[in-house]
Ligand binder design. Sequence first.
Ligand code: AVJ
Length: 348
Amino acid sequence: MSARQGFWLGTISPGGLSVYACDMTVYFPHPRTPGFIQIHRHDAAAVRAELAAGLLGPVACTAPKYLYDALGSRLFAAITELAEYYPTRTEAAIVARHATEITATLPREATLVDLGAGNCEKAARLFAPLQPERYVAVDISVDFLRDALQRLQCEHPQLELLGVGLDFSSSLTLPADVGAGPRVVFYPGSSIGNFTPTDALAFLRQARDAAQGGAVLIGVDLVKPVSVLEPAYDDALGVTAAFNRNMLLHINRLLGSNFDIAHWRHRARFDAGHSRIEMYLDALQEQRVVWPGGERLFRRGEAIHTENSYKYSALAFEALLLEAGFSRIRCWTDSRNWFAVFTAQASA
Ligand code: AVJ
């Protein structure tokens, strides 16, 4: 039945939500609404200093977080739909297939902390099997979380929802608002692949502390033939190329630089020595890029290193979890062994 048919009418007022069914009024006095907090947004000057330092290095480089402005986030969502980009759907299939077993290793009625939540789609699929008491979505900007959490609250009126704007790429310290009790720290999508193994270890140690005696649920992309890896990062439609090149438009806005995207080409290669996909932007011609307080001459063919995406063996990642102090480590993979989903306990 819908309001159009005249059977149900609803009003939302500051006092609460009223639903009128026929001539009967049902009143919910305390509807839950998501909470939102933004932690120490880096000031613009610090962002400019970091960008300039990277661009002036012997090999110019930029942190992969700058791939995600509003358009970049949408382009990444498009990447996950590409035939070549297997990680997202492979991970989802593993979680769907083993949901009962996976969630059985995780604490009940815990706080589900979603690192890099974005549209919150992956975590929402865990609500039914995991039954969390509270869901905390963390992303670099709280503004990315508002729509998704508002929508989730309608579908899950009893669940406590909190959006936290936090750049956890250099340090994972969650605000006290996240609350007491064991947590399930959810870090899907092989986002951990953006860290070097050394930084990944440091991050996992912080994730173990953040779990407050609970557990982690982490998705990790595995080593596989280059013939599969490279197309995943250089697709035929050019969506990944657009995602990578769009970073220059984002940087132009942040830094006030004058990158001309027509002069830059996307490149992705697997470096077997480092076991990582490397993404670059190659200068198609010599050019001078200027910004307030700095400049760099790029020669033709000179590159900007924009992202690393490390690929692990299941054994190597298990060793990393052990070294970070986790116990009772479990791993699930797909039939091709392309992706792994790990759970591990923060307590002994
Ligand atoms: C979001 C970091 C997991 O490394 O596969 C996708 C980002 N870059 N295509 C990845 C990405 C190019 C992605 N992560």
